[in-house]
Design a protein around this ligand. Sequence first.
Ligand code: F6R
Length: 603
Amino acid sequence: MCGITGYTGKSDAVARLLSGLRALEYRGYDSAGVAVMDAQGAVHVVKTKGRLRALEERLEKCPVHGRCGIGHTRWATHGAPSDVNAHPHGTDRLYVVHNGIIENDRELRAELSARGYNFLSETDTEAAACTIDSAYAETGDPVAALCAAAKRLRGSYALGVIFLDHPNEIYAVREGNPLIVAEGGDGCMIASDIPAVLRFARDCYVMEDGEIACVREDGAEFFDCQGKPISKRAAAIEWNMEAAERGGFAHFMLKEIHEEPLVARQTLGRYVKDGLPDLRGAFDNGCERLTIVACGTAMHAGLVGKWLIERIARVPVEVCIASEFRYNEPVLSPNHCVIAISQSGETADTLAAVRLAKSLGVRTVGVVNVPGSSVAREVDQALITCAGPEISVASTKAYAVQLLMMYLTAVQLGLGRGTLSMERARQIVSGLMALPAAMEEVIREDAQIRRMAACLDETENCFFIGRGLDYPGAMEGSLKLKEITYIHSEAYAAGELKHGAISLITRGMPVVALSTQAALKEKMLSNMREVASRGARVLLLATPETKELASDADETFVLPATDELLTPATAAVAMQLLAYYAAVRRGCDVDKPRNLAKSVTVE
Ligand code: F6R
C-alpha cells in the first residue's frame, strides 16, 4: 500500500524523502512523487508513474532543493497508475500525500466542483486535498482546517500536508492508516512505517486515529480532533538498521528466509521460560472457545494453530478470514477469546475484526510483529513476535514465528486445561527449541530444493496437497508460490482432490505433495498415485519417517527429523525456498510481486 514520508530540518529534503521512500518500497507501489518547498517558499512537485528510479531520473534532470517536503509511493486504488494520478496532489495553498481510501470522494468532488474546484486527477486524494483547502480558506489555520476536513472525509486515511504559507512545517492526520512522527538530530520526519526513519531516529511517536501533528525542524506538537493540544510520549524503536537492509542477499525474501532460525530463537527466548510457554498471562482467564482472525499467510498460521489447539488443548477453534468476520455476524460468547494474527498489525480487515470483537465484549489477544502497530495497541493483550522488519512482500520469517506462537498457545492452553501432561508439554517445547537448528538444516540443503524448483519452469498450473497438519501447510506453500511466480496454484486436502479438481491434472503438471505425518502416509501414497497415474509430476516433501514414498515421486526433499507435530515449521522453510527459486528462475520481481502490497491498509 502507499507509503508516506515527510521531512523538515537542516538537511536536503529530497535525499531524506527518497531514502525514506526507498525503505517503504516493500509496501508495494506503482508511482512515486515528492513536493519540496524551496527557500523562497515555492513548492516544486516532481512525480511519475513507475519505480523510484524513474522519480530519481526526473529529479536528476530537474533538481529541486529545499529543507522541507513530503514524499509518496502510490498503490493505485482510484485511477490507474499514471504521472497525473501520482501524489502529491495540491491546490494553490497546499499539497497532500495520502495513504488509504476516501470513500465519499464522489460526493466531495461533486460538491467541490460546484464550488469552483477543478480536478486534474482521478484520485480520491485530490478530493481530500480540496476538502482541506476549502476548510483552510475559511479558517486560515492548518490544525483547524484538518479538524474540519476530518469531519467531512469518510474512509481511512493517513495524510501528510504542507501549506504554502506555513513554510518548513508538515502537518499530518490519521484515521485508520498508520503514521509515525520521528525526531532526529537535524530535523523531524513523518512516515507510514518505521523502516523509513530507522537511519534517522531511535524513537518515534505513533499517531492515533483522529490525532493531528504539526511537525517542525525542532520537534512536533500534537492535537486531538477538536484541535486541542495533547501530549504524547515517544516510544523506543526496537529494530536496527541491518535488519532492514539486504545484507548481501540477492533479495529480501531470501535474506528473511535465512533469518528464520535467528528470529525463531529470539521469539522462543521471549516466550519460553524454564522449558515451558510463558505467554504473559494472555490465556490465564480461561477460554472455552477461540476464534482466530487473520488474512493470507497469517490466516494459514491460524489454521495450523487450530489443528494444534484443538488436538492439544481440546478447545474448539474457528479460523475466520478477517475480511469475512464482521460481515458474518459472528457468534461470540463471554468465555470466547479472539486471537488476531498479523505481521504488520495494520491490516485493515484484521483491525476491523479486533474492533468488532472488542465491541462485543470479547477478550482479544494479538500475535503481532510490529510493536506499536494498531492491532498491537488495540488488543487487550499483544504478544509481539520477534521477526524484526519484514520487507519482502511475501511473508516468510513472520509466518515462522507466528507458527511458534501457535505451538506455545496450544501447549499453554493444554497445560491450563489439563489436557496435556507436563512431560509431553516439556517434550514439545524442547522440540521447539531444536527447531531453529532444523530450519538451518533445510536452508543448508537448498540445492535439492533448487532442483525441485526447476520442475516448475514451464508450468502455468500446480497443486499442493496434504492431509491433516499438512493441509494448512500446503495452503501456505501454494500461496507463496502463486504470489511470487504467478503460477496458478491450488491447495487441496489430498483426499478431496478426487471429488472434482483432479479433472484439472494434465500430463507434466507439478503436484507438490506434503507427507510429514507417518499415520497418514499410506493415504498420501494413494493420493500421489492417483495424480501420477494421470500424468502429474509429484514433488514430495517427506520426513525420515515417510521418505519411502519417494519411490512414487519424481523429486523428493526429506525434512530433518523433528517431533512430527513440528513439521509445518520446517516444511514452510522448504516451500518458501521452492517458491523463491522458482520465481528467480522465471525472472520475477521476487520482493515486489505485481499487484501486491505488503501492508494492506484498505478493506
Ligand atoms: C503473503 C502475505 C499476505 C499477508 C496478509 C496479512 O505472503 O504476506 O498474505 O500475510 O496480507 O498481512 P499481516 O500479517 O500484515 O496482517
